[in-house]
Design a protein around this ligand. Structure first.
Ligand code: ADP
Length: 269
């Protein structure tokens, strides 16, 4: 990352039409400054995952471009860029039958000689780093040797966060990291991602579908509707009108608004 707050990630007029003709993204333009926790919000099918995939090169825009630290993401650059991008997945993306230690260290495998990765022979510095990261995400040393599949969902996502941090990313892409978890645990996990990213100055692009969580954790919300940016601003400006524009005027929007907008509730709207 360059100077703090300079643009780190940029979407320039990004469009993506899938081969079957589905227009998943249209004219998406926004900049994410370094160190920002930027939430991409929107209902299912609005293009959030597709947008994330254009950043790590898994989907190529059919229009416009994405740049990371000034480098356009394309076939030529993606291998060089990927080690700087940590991924956190909705379903954790871990090897359930392998140990916690193995899963976390796998996050740094790109930095290891092939034979070490293949044999599972890791330098001491990496195992020490894995231990430090597990402590940072709230797991105990005894978790190291446990099978990931034996852990709770919240614990598995903590392992997923440690694994993403293992490669010292400058950017974290979190794809609905809280969607498989109970509400209380979901908050703990988002708080943890936010805290660990802020400590390290890591930029975060995090997709969410819950307005309430976006309001609580985002520095900035970019909301998509049918693949277009329908809102871009701080959570405080994500008001009733913005919610209704994106989600319609259904019950979800109303209940999401209540805690944050008591005045609206009192006025009977
Ligand atoms: P979200 O993550 O917000 O649920 P997606 O990015 O998954 O949205 O999907 C955006 C749109 O693109 C939807 O209409 C979805 O059905 C469509 N889509 C997603 N993946 C593909 C694909 N591989 N081929 C065709 N259409 C797709």
């Amino acid at each position: 990352m360059t100077a703090a707050h300079a643009t780190y990630l940029r979407f320039e007029n990004v469009g993506l039409v899938y081969p079957d003709g589905t227009a998943a993204l249209s004219e998406v333009t926004f900049d994410v400054p370094g160190g920002q926790f930027c939430v991409v919000l929107g209902p299912s099918g609005s293009g959030k995952s597709t947008l994330l995939r254009t950043v790590n090169g898994l989907s190529a825009p059919t229009d416009g471009r994405v740049t990371i630290g000034g480098t356009p993401v394309d076939r030529a650059s993606v291998r060089r860029l990927r080690p700087a991008i940590g991924m956190i997945h909705q379903h954790f993306g871990l090897v359930a039958r392998a140990s916690v230690a193995h899963n976390v260290i796998a996050g740094a495998v790109a930095t290891l000689p092939f034979w070490r990765a293949l044999m599972g022979v890791y330098p001491r510095a990496l195992t020490d780093k894995a231990c430090r990261l597990l402590a940072a995400v709230g797991l105990q040393p005894e978790h190291l040797v446990r099978r990931v599949g034996a852990l709770s969902g919240g614990q598995q996502q903590r392992v997923g966060i440690a694994r993403a941090l293992m490669q010292d990313p400058t950017l974290i892409l979190a794809d609905e990291p809280a969607a498989s978890l109970d509400p209380g645990v979901a908050r703990d996990i988002l708080r943890l991602i936010r805290r660990e990213a802020a400590t390290r100055g890591v930029t975060v692009l995090c997709t969410l579908h819950q307005v309430e969580l976006a309001r609580e954790f985002a520095d900035r919300i970019v909301a998509l509707q049918l693949g277009r940016v329908a809102f871009d601003g701080p959570p405080a400006r994500f008001d009733r009108a913005a919610v209704e524009r994106i989600y319609g005027s259904g019950a979800t929007a109303a209940s999401d608004l209540e805690p944050a907008y008591p005045a609206l509730r009192m006025s009977g709207s």
